[in-house]
Write a protein that binds this ligand. Sequence first.
Ligand code: GRF
Length: 202
Amino acid sequence: KRLVVLVSGSGTNLQALLDEIEAAGADAYGAEVVAVGADRTGIAGLERAERAGLATFVCRVKDHASREEWDRALAEATAAHEPDLVVSAGFMKIVGKEFLARFGGRFVNTHPALLPSFPGAHGVRDALAYGAKVTGCTVHFVDDGVDTGPIIAQGVVDIRDEDDESALHERIKEVERSLLVEVVGRLARHGYRIEGRKVSIP
Ligand code: GRF
């Protein structure tokens, strides 16, 4: 299976996928990353992709006349690599109708909180501020909401009294990286069915 991974930052989730595919072999894992896309330049995620010899593309909102134009450009740049599955690994933009029309149902996102709690761009900070005792990460299919699509898997992470946002996020990312690698491999190898909010992997 062909994966396109979308990033906006350090790309450690992308790196976890690349390392697993390298270690297991693309055949055994069931997928290979064919390209990495981003919404901005100058990020470690793109450097990781270039170091791995992967094709990359950047679609910046400000380079387009409208958000719809950006969404269409992102969809076209992604489609050019003929992905079977698109993985948002720290991609910090909400895609629009065009992107979902083309990749809905095969577009997976990882979020650093236990959805439906703490959706949005500050899930780690929000869980901490709320005084939650556990949080975690969620891998889900992207739908037309913000972090509202059908949940595939979740991992739980304890919140400690001494945690600040970055310490907690680092601990979440340790669980998140292995959850994402495991889920993407299962989806690629076994296929899946989405019925309403239920995801089943045979
Ligand atoms: C991940 O925790 C992701 O869930 C969140 O931002 C982080 C991205 O980390 N949206 P990285 O870029 O994969 O290191």
